[in-house]
Design a protein. Structure first.
Length: 410
């Protein structure tokens, strides 16, 4: 009898240790701050990892391996609002799905616990589902990544292997919705939805990973090497339709949608991502590239193009022995520039160089494929007649390193 008991205990211990556990702690707050591209500070809601930090936009990444046991401890310190964590797209039971009328909501200073076994590997998201139109816009959203059961750099168990991974988490901000008069509205206990009159939604900032315009430069980018496979996770949690356009030289392949592999991969440089949708895209290049991915934001009702954001693509040759001192001392003149701008540099040996110019808000103005320059002094003359007045960033790359300087167009 004792041997059977010991054997049963050992089997139970093996089972418990075989199943990994992921513990997540999040704090719901309605007194957060976010700095937007023009330098202003907006009030936001959000999920914070601690009381000493403002809730980031988007919220902290939740990640686990397929099959892991995930436990989320959600503590709501918001004084005026109840909240939930809705696990958007995950196959979890109704009690843990975060839709308040079907599971539960968490009131001020209360804890709510969500438990689930991580389902299919893929890209998902979470957000508050109380007064979700406003609470989501206020900032209560974040990404979820479920990885293969072995945690490897593959899209799913038995899927495509990749070398780098980039998340493009797209959303918008309507600054008129981020005022105390709107964000401090009272809610009715027990009501399915809050009732509040708000201005017509008209976003004026368009975000990727919580950033926009010049904030994106060198913060959200594909920084990779030739012949590497790069995996993009595209997520739209805003209210616009997003059209993501990859440079054709990357040979974009759509391989999964909403956490499920596609039966057949689709080759397309352009992917439309509607609110709540997620896509997985593989790209690679055999040659150096200095370019941009464009993200177009369209009004869902009118199809009007509202904005375009740019994500830098910088693919270089791996293990290149050329020293970047060849081009680090390039100069720009005149600065400020009226019509033509001159770029001068002195090369110690023959070098492949590519050139790129973006506006301060991230718009790609010029992208030249690599050209061979002989040893010695060089001066390039570029016309800026079609450039609007403002600040621009010019970058030179030797395929392995990049240096950048700014200039002003009068």
């Amino acid at each position: 009898m004792m041997r059977k008991l010991i054997g049963t205990c050992l089997l139970l211990m093996i089972f418990l240790f075989a199943e990994a556990q992921t513990n997540v702690f999040l704090i719901g707050r309605t007194l957060g701050e976010k700095v937007i591209a023009n330098g202003d500070t907006l009030r936001v809601y959000g999920f914070a990892p601690s009381l000493s930090t403002h809730p980031p936009i988007p919220a902290p990444l939740i990640e686990a391996n397929q099959g892991d046991s995930v436990h989320i401890d959600f503590w709501n310190v918001s004084q005026l609002h109840h909240h939930t964590i809705h696990l958007h797209g995950l196959d979890v039971d109704q009690a843990n799905d975060g839709v308040p009328m079907l599971s539960f909501s968490v009131d001020h200073m209360e804890h709510g616990w969500y438990h689930f076994e991580a389902p299919h590997a893929g890209t998902y998201l979470y957000h508050c589902h109380v007064g979700s139109t406003l609470h989501l816009q206020a900032g209560m959203y974040g990404p979820i990544i479920i990885r293969p059961s072995d945690g490897s750099n593959t899209t799913w168990d038995g899927g495509y292997a990749f070398d780098t991974e980039t998340l493009l988490f797209m959303s918008e901000l309507d600054t008129f919705w981020h005022t105390d008069s709107i964000l401090d509205h009272e809610h009715i206990d027990g009501a399915v939805h809050d009732t509040l009159l708000v201005p017509k939604y008209n976003p004026d900032y368009f975000l990727i990973n919580g950033l926009s315009d010049q904030q994106l430069e060198d913060s959200v980018e594909l920084n990779s090497k030739t012949n590497y496979v790069n995996y993009f996770r595209l997520v739209n949690i805003g209210y616009c339709t997003n059209k993501v356009i990859f440079p054709s030289s990357l040979g974009a392949r759509i391989v999964d949608s909403d956490g499920r592999p596609l039966p057949i991969e689709e080759f397309s440089d352009t992917i439309e991502v509607y609110p709540g949708e997620r896509y997985g895209v593989l790209v690679e290049s055999s040659v150096p590239i200095l370019d941009s991915i464009e993200v177009h934001y369209f009004d869902m009702m009118t199809s009007e193009l509202k904005n375009i954001q740019h994500v830098k693509v910088d693919i270089r040759v791996p293990n290149q022995v050329e020293e970047f001192e060849n081009v680090i001392d390039f100069s720009i003149a005149p600065n400020p520039v009226d019509q033509d701008v001159r770029i001068s540099f002195d090369l110690l040996k023959e070098t492949n160089l590519s050139l790129r110019i973006v506006s301060i808000d991230g718009k790609l103005m010029l992208s030249e494929f690599p050209r061979v320059y002989e040893q010695g002094k060089h001066t390039l003359v570029l016309s800026t007649n079609e450039y609007a007045s403002g600040q621009y960033i010019l970058s030179l790359s030797d395929g392995n390193n990049v240096t950048s300087k700014s200039f002003i167009k009068k």
